[in-house]
Design a protein around this ligand. Structure first.
Ligand code: AMP
Ligand code: GLY
Length: 423
């Protein structure tokens, strides 16, 4: 099979790493890819939302399967584009169709879906600039902190958690009236604040059945002790030690099953990954958000624990025979630590040479914002690489990742030294 992975982050390097291990994969391409994917696949210099260029590459390279990494192409309807095209409709696409991708594309859509299917989540109401005053009144009925969410995609920045009510009102106005997040905040969901510890559950579905992948927990804040600005993720661990079997059972029965059933009932076509962001409130799971793709850096700890051939799994998803697949999971824990450019998630410099890559022996280095340039590997983004290790438990795995990081260096390199601190 010829396979194309769309994206350029650590997630996509991990997909490519796993796919390249399959004897079913003949030629592997990544668009646009990075310096890591370049070592195991052919990088194509194509943007993930340039559907026409993707079409040409798919035809030219006789691609049989496309794995969509990030949400943007899914929310923009890449799967539908393939189905509507005579030349592309036989190509398998891993990722939901546009109508289903709204689970990530619109917070309000996701909340209505959960309400309709009795899936536990925070109480909410949504507002537009036409009913701003009602928004203020709703805020007054809640207690601090206040959670404001831009309805649309806002590159992970659209959620504000605010302690002061006047500030919350001002931000609501800023989002609705002044378009703080552009069109994404033309509608705002205001939610009850949920107090608890977060984890993520990853589900594969062929639209009929589902399989649950190992749980993972990521560390979103830039600073140690979960302080400072939100990032795409500074590290992750799998499995999540506090997710007991009893708790996992609740996740499956109260959340995963009704989600997959709900997709069917609502006729939302879904072949792909469902990433369910959860919060453990007391002893019960509640949904914070749905994403219609894998998480990054969670992929860097979830896929290394999957022993089953991923291409076989993708084939079964496309053929709607997922129920016949048995997922084999590595008993070991996996952890990843993300190295970022100093200044991230705000401004940072690019083009710094990365040293020491060949010396890492006990970990897997997944490249993210890194590119090859004149025979060197240089930084090209905020999140530069993810250092994944296995261990008998997460402590041992984390220790290995930190040891590997000791031999890595680039100018202004930063990483959190406390991943797993709260477990
Ligand atoms: P999201 O972009 O929806 O993942 O939200 C970003 C982060 O905001 C989440 O990872 C949570 O830490 C936090 N968050 C979102 N919704 C809530 C909520 N209702 N209660 C508490 N924290 C929340
Ligand atoms: N790590 C969070 C995300 O991928 O959205």
């Amino acid at each position: 099979m010829n396979i194309l992975v769309l994206g350029s982050g650590g997630r996509e390097h991990t997909f490519a790493w796993k796919i390249a291990q399959s004897h079913r994969c003949k030629n592997l391409f990544v668009a646009p890819g990075n310096s890591g994917t370049a070592t195991i696949a052919t990088n194509l210099n194509i943007s993930v939302t340039d559907f026409e260029a993707i079409k040409n590459a798919v035809i030219k390279n006789a691609i049989d399967l496309v794995v969509v990494g990030p949400e943007d192409p899914l929310v923009q309807g890449i799967h539908d584009y393939f189905l509507q095209d005579e030349d592309l409709k036989k190509v398998s696409v891993i990722g939901p169709q546009k109508a289903a991708a709204e689970l990530e594309g619109s917070k309000e859509f996701a909340k209505e879906f959960m309400k309709r299917h009795n899936i536990p989540t925070a109480a909410y109401q949504s507002f537009t600039k036409e009913n701003l005053e009602e928004g203020y009144k709703f805020l007054e009925t809640l207690s601090s902190p206040f959670v404001l969410k831009a309805d649309g995609l806002a590159a992970g920045k659209g959620v504000l958690i605010i302690h002061d009510i006047d500030e919350a009102k001002a931000e609501l106005k800023h989002m609705l009236v002044d378009a703080k997040f552009g069109n994404a905040s033309a509608k705002v969901v205001i939610e009850e604040f949920l107090d608890g510890i977060e984890l993520s559950c990853f589900v594969l579905t062929d639209g009929k059945d589902y399989k649950i992948l190992p749980t993972a927990k990521d560390y979103k804040r830039i600073g140690e002790g979960d302080t400072g600005l939100n990032t795409g993720g500074m590290g992750a661990v799998s499995p999540v030690p506090f997710a007991s079997n009893e708790f996992l059972d609740k996740i499956e029965h109260q959340i995963v099953k009704p989600t997959v059933e709900g997709l069917k009932k609502d006729e939302l076509p879904y072949v792909g990954f469902i990433f369910i962001g959860l919060i453990k409130v007391g002893n019960n799971p509640k949904v914070i958000e749905y994403n219609v793709r894998m998480g990054d850096p969670e992929t860097e700890v979830v896929l290394p624990r999957l022993k089953t051939d991923l291409v076989e799994v993708f084939k079964a998803m496309s053929n709607q025979t997922l129920s016949e697949i048995e997922l084999q999971i590595d008993e070991r824990a996996a952890t990843t630590i993300v190295l970022v450019s100093g200044g991230y998630p705000e401004g940072y410099e690019k083009g710094m040479e990365i040293f020491g890559l060949d010396e890492v022996k006990a970990s897997i280095v997944f490249h993210a914002g890194a590119q090859s340039q004149d025979g060197k590997i240089v930084t090209s983004g905020g999140r530069v690489m993810a250092i994944t290790s296995y261990g008998k438990d997460y402590e041992e795995a984390i220790k290995k990742s930190y040891q590997s990081i000791n031999v890595l260096y680039f100018d202004k390199m930063y990483y959190r030294k406390d991943i797993g601190f709260d477990l």
